[in-house]
Design a protein around this ligand. Structure first.
Ligand code: NAD
Ligand code: IPM
Ligand code: MN
Length: 365
């Protein structure tokens, strides 16, 4: 009987609420497939800082090191609450980026998916949605501005200054491009390369390496789009995109826009893949505005479980069933309040009810 150890990092805000639903689903998956998931909750984020003095405690590192995969809830506090934590120990800088660095999770898959039948969730008009939205955004996750040289100080004129550099070497670009081309090859064989080479030298190298790697994938058509234009096209004609590849910061911003065109960040799961270890997390944050109310959408967290089943445990069929279970709950007219617009014919349910319905659909499939 297979047995997998999964580290569960509940995180902050809505993290524990949506993690609870993901955990229930993991139990169902284990039961049905006669496997064991050894689920170990371990502190991470602002809550870990307040409880243990560090947002990424040593005990959590040890649990993650020993785990076959990591499932992470969102971390972070509201703007005001964040100020209670020293800047370098705030969970984004003190826990999340170190997690990404520790496991070198350079390839971040952020699916932006909405079938035609759920077009009413989107703020875009049905004629813009057309046959539906189905984009795989691939974000480089351990380079660029996030991990470049940083310096703050006082300059010769006695003024405060800050420098942050956007750094990539060709190997970092090459490995994310390979992932992007391989993904495009398995889908529609079209890759949108998102860049800003009219200004940034980093994009000039990015595009050069894209061209070099592309020679090994002659069947994949590459379309180059400037990042600012890409933001517009996502709203005007999202159907033109299939696989998109971009550097870290562009990916951060465009993937949230992805959530926007779907209708909610709650529809945004993700997979963060490194050479030896992967972790899975919603693309969104801890949603302090709705935390503790049992109204957050757990799709992003359960979708992250589906991605874990596919990428870490080679359980593609079960992953598909999980996606289908979530889609069928929506198709029956239920959703959490983020997607239940006034006037729309949608029955509003809580986080826990939505999770339970997904569990029922999955078990029945
Ligand atoms: P956010 O993503 O937390 O929230 C933006 C909006 O989306 C809010 O209105 C929120 O209610 C809504 N939303 C997000 N997830 C939802 C869900 N599952 N269901 C329903 N609605 C949902 O962004 P923010 O408010 O800018 O950031 C809050 C905190 O989260 C910050 O501290 C930020 O640094 C952190 N953050 C963490 C991660 C992460 O852990 N990977 C990602 C993004 C932001
Ligand atoms: C994300 C988040 C993180 C990022 C923050 C919280 C560091 O916004 O995962 O998209 O910018 O990468
Ligand atoms: Mn983000």
């Amino acid at each position: 009987m297979s047995s997998y150890k999964i580290a569960l990092l509940d995180g902050d805000g809505i993290g524990p609420e949506i993690m609870t639903e993901a955990e229930k689903i993991l139990h169902l998956v284990a039961e049905r497939n006669n496997i064991t998931f050894d689920l170990v909750h371990t502190p991470f984020g602002a809550s870990a800082y307040f409880d243990c003095g560090h947002p990424f405690p040593e005990e959590t590192k040890a649990v993650c090191d020993a785990a076959d995969a990591i499932l992470k809830g969102p971390i972070g506090l509201s703007h005001e609450e964040s100020k209670k934590i020293p800047v370098d120990l705030q969970p984004e800088r003190g826990a999340l980026l170190p997690l990404r660095r520790r496991y070198n999770t350079f390839a971040n898959f952020r699916p932006v998916y909405l079938p035609k039948g759920l077009a009413h969730f989107s703020p875009l008009k049905p004629e813009i949605i057309g046959e539906g939205i189905d984009i795989m955004m691939i974000r480089e996750l351990v380079g660029g501005l996030y991990f470049g040289h940083k310096e703050t100080g006082i300059n010769e004129d006695g003024r405060r200054y800050v420098t942050e550099s956007l750094e990539y070497n060709e190997d970092q670009i090459k490995r994310i491009m390979k992932v992007a081309f391989e993904t495009a090859q398995k889908r529609k064989k079209v890759l949108h390369n998102i860049h800003k080479s009219n200004v940034l030298k980093s994009s000039v190298l990015w595009n050069e390496v894209c061209g070099e790697v592309g020679r090994d994938y002659p069947d994949v058509e590459v379309i180059h789009i400037l990042v600012d234009a890409a933001a517009t096209y996502l709203c005007l004609n999202p159907g033109q995109f299939d696989v998109m590849v971009m550097e870290n910061m562009f990916g951060d911003i465009l993937s949230d826009q992805g959530g926007g065109i779907l209708g909610s960040l709650g529809l945004m799961p993700s997979a963060c893949i490194g050479p030896e270890k992967a972790y899975y997390e919603p693309s969104h944050g801890s949603a302090p505005d709705i935390a503790g109310k049992n109204i957050a959408n757990p799709y992003s967290m359960i979708g992250s479980v589906a991605m874990m089943l596919e990428f870490s445990f080679d359980m593609n069929e079960e992953a598909k069933k999980l996606w289908q279970a979530m889609q069928s709950v929506f198709a029956k007219g239920y959703s959490t309040p983020d997607l239940s617009k006034p006037g729309a014919d949608v029955k509003m349910v809580s986080t826990s009810d939505f999770g339970a319905m997904v569990g029922e659909q999955y078990s029945a499939s």
